[in-house]
Write a protein that binds this ligand. Structure first.
Ligand SMILES: [Zn+2]
Length: 163
């Protein structure tokens, strides 16, 4: 999977499959995303419930353009076949390529919303994309009731100040 194009996106998606992230299990995936933002030198905020916000300043000349939010969620629906032995709390997803599809062995893949989050991560890392101010917002516990989105505060406090 790591050799699929665009490679940055698929590498990110692979990394997401390696972190158990059913709804309700948010600490590790939230910390992973926050570390990703910080490793890029970007302002990164984790709010009280675990939502992650990463801000990427505008490209030169685009500072006055309206900002864009790329929003996704970090949790996935944990379902498996009856004959599959799998612990969503601990086991990495066994993703593989089947013809033209990326799929998973006996379980849900977590492409909802992992591929969206992987794309947003790739945009954060890409130095060639010209863009206005960007905010990547990745919420927790979307699949079970959008709890992360509902807990968003209008004006985020910086729980983990940059840098
Ligand atoms: Zn979803």
């Amino acid at each position: 999977m790591k050799n699929l194009q665009p490679q940055g996106l698929w590498n990110n998606f692979y990394d997401l499959t390696q972190i158990p992230r059913p709804s309700g299990k948010k600490e590790e995936i939230s910390a992973f995303l926050a570390n990703y933002g910080r490793s890029l030198g970007l302002e990164t905020i984790v709010d009280g419930i675990g939502n992650v916000i990463i801000r990427k300043p505008a490209s030169p000349g685009y500072e006055n353009h309206p900002g864009v939010i790329l929003q996704g969620h970090m949790d996935m629906v944990p379902q498996k076949n009856n004959d599959t032995v799998f612990d969503f709390e601990k086991d990495p997803i066994e993703a593989y390529i089947d013809g033209e599809w990326v799929t998973a062995k006996g379980t849900t893949l977590g492409a909802d919303n992992g591929i969206g989050v992987a794309a947003a991560m790739a945009i954060l890392a890409d130095k060639s994309v010209v863009h206005p101010p960007l905010e990547v917002l990745v919420t927790v516990d979307e699949e079970t009731g959008m709890y992360g989105a509902f807990a968003l505060e209008e004006c985020q406090q910086v729980a983990f100040p940059f840098p």
